[in-house]
Design a protein around this ligand. Structure first.
Ligand code: FAD
Ligand code: SF4
Ligand code: SF4
Length: 440
């Protein structure tokens, strides 16, 4: 890649690659699983840590070339925004929100999908439409584990029923890319529906493996406030005096917008929390460290990014099913228009940068804060990701000098106290290697 065509938001990383342990302990890992996928389980395996994070561990000493490859694909070490040509040719470009071809409020056309889906079911509806229109053979996304329903597994969906099974937000750890090489080995056109950082990782891999661009026809994201540790869900179980092995269902939301957090047990009991009850105490969100410095939680790298649209300022117990949809690329626009034409997605009305900034004010704050946070970490001597084409400095320029200094100093001090890092990845007691369920 010709770096002269890109704009650099942070300095390129030093020539020596970070070890897997350094990536994790610096708080840069989000547990996507791509390093495990490109090396294989003999070299890297994923574990569930005592903190409730899926993390890679080296099963043997990793050579320099392996580490170079991991550093090249990892979304903790390298984060590239959309290609500059896409941004400059887009119908609309905003410093904070990036490129957009269209901004719309809408929902799934099928009432069952918009009920089951997280907000208005748009991502599920688009996934189903991609399959029914023959644009792709399968969709790679995430669903609740069948054997441990509080945990998440990557899912390959070949039909509408399977897509619907994966609907809903899964706030805990999700190693979407744990066997991405197997996905590519299928040599079939597919779409990815996932977190922005998952898409970043796959775009990184595209520089090394041409099959990514050959077979991955669409990448759709949700706008992401951060993935929680599994411990967040375990706290919910503690509240009800439940053990994980009693569960048959752990749904964070969906079945309404936002719907209830619902838990069901083998002996027929059911427990529910409202969305507000689940998230009322910010100190207990247990958001993973990587999320606090996320330069692209708004999915600039996706063809379409979808988010919540609670028009009354926040979620009630039951809002109308609705999403806000940022169509980012030309191929995303072609897909979106065709899905609307086919009735898979319904448009309520157009929206605007001003409105989505109001609906997602936490995302605007984070976009403006990340540049100073990364500077603070670098001053503290911590590794930071190499970020390009995400206009971080321009976003920070929307803050006052005092705000940037406060963000930067705060991050520097937290980094010095080790608060932005993580303990070394070790498996939980009794916890084993992840791939035990035999994924399809
Ligand atoms: C961790 C997390 C943080 C979020 N933060 C925000 C936020 O700050 N602001 C906001 O507006 N919306 C946020 N959302 C997204 C929001 O909850 C809705 O998912 C989004 O609006 C899409 O709604 P939908 O009805 O189209 O989704 P659905 O039709 O229900 O489809 C959701 C799709 O996302 C996939 N998915 C779910 N969880 C994961 C995961 N952990 N990793 C990879 N793929 C997954 C599912 O497989 C499914 O295909 C977050 C979601 C998650 C999981
Ligand atoms: S973010 Fe993904 S690729 Fe990077 S170390 Fe973690 S699991 Fe591996
Ligand atoms: S906030 Fe960023 S790093 Fe965290 S899960 Fe979301 S996209 Fe990934």
């Amino acid at each position: 890649m010709d770096l002269s065509e890109t704009s650099q938001d942070t300095a390129p990383r030093a020539a020596e690659p970070l070890s897997l342990g350094e990536i994790v302990e610096s708080g840069l890992c989000i547990g996507c699983g791509l390093c495990r996928s490109i090396t294989g389980p003999a070299e890297v395996e994923m574990v569930m840590t005592p903190e409730g994070r899926e993390r890679p561990v080296a099963m043997q000493e990793l050579g320099r070339s392996t580490l170079m490859r991991i550093n090249a694909v990892c979304p903790g070490t390298r984060i590239a925004g959309p290609p500059p040509a896409q941004a400059s040719n887009a119908a609309l470009t905003d410093t904070v929100w990036g490129p957009a071809e269209r901004l719309v409020l809408g929902r799934a056309g099928d009432p069952a999908v918009r009920f089951v889906g997280s907000g208005g079911g748009v991502l599920t509806a688009l996934g189903q439409f991609l399959l029914s229109s023959g644009r792709v053979k399968f969709v790679l996304h995430v669903a609740a584990s069948r054997s441990q329903p509080m945990r998440n597994e990557r899912r390959l969906s070949f039909d509408a029923v399977s897509m619907l099974e994966g609907a809903g937000s899964r706030y805990g750890p999700a190693a979407t890319l744990v066997d991405f090489r197997v996905v590519l080995d299928r040599s079939e056109p597919f779409a990815l529906i996932a977190k922005p950082c998952d898409i970043t990782a796959v775009h990184n891999l595209a520089r090394l493996d041409p099959r990514v661009d050959q077979y991955m026809r669409y990448a759709l994201a949700f706008v992401c406030g951060g993935a929680s540790d599994l411990s967040k869900s375990e706290q919910v179980l503690q509240r009800f005096g439940l053990a994980e092995d009693e569960l048959t269902l752990f749904r964070y939301r969906g079945h309404g917008n936002p719907g209830l957090n619902r838990i069901e047990t083998r002996d027929g009991r059911a427990f529910e929390l409202t969305y507000r009850q689940l998230w009322e105490d910010e100190d207990k969100w247990m958001i993973q460290p990587r999320c606090k410095i996320c330069p692209d939680a708004i999915g600039q790298v996706a063809d379409i990014a979808v988010h919540d649209a609670w028009l009354n300022g926040g979620p009630a117990v039951e809002d109308e099913p609705l999403n806000s949809i940022i169509v980012r690329t030309r191929r995303g626009l072609e897909l979106f228009d065709a899905a609307v034409e086919a009735g898979a997605v319904e448009i309520k009305r157009e929206t605007s940068i001003a409105e989505i900034s109001e609906l997602q004010s936490h995302q605007v704050r984070k976009r403006r804060a990340v540049w100073a946070r990364l500077k603070g970490m670098a001053i503290a001597g911590r590794p930071v990701p190499f970020v390009t084409d995400l206009a971080l400095a321009d976003c920070a320029a929307q803050n006052s000098l005092a705000e940037n200094l406060a963000e930067g100093r705060g991050a520097r001090d937290r980094a010095r106290r080790g608060r932005l890092g993580e303990p070394p990845a070790v498996p939980r007691e009794g916890g084993a290697i992840m791939l035990k369920d035999g994924l399809i």
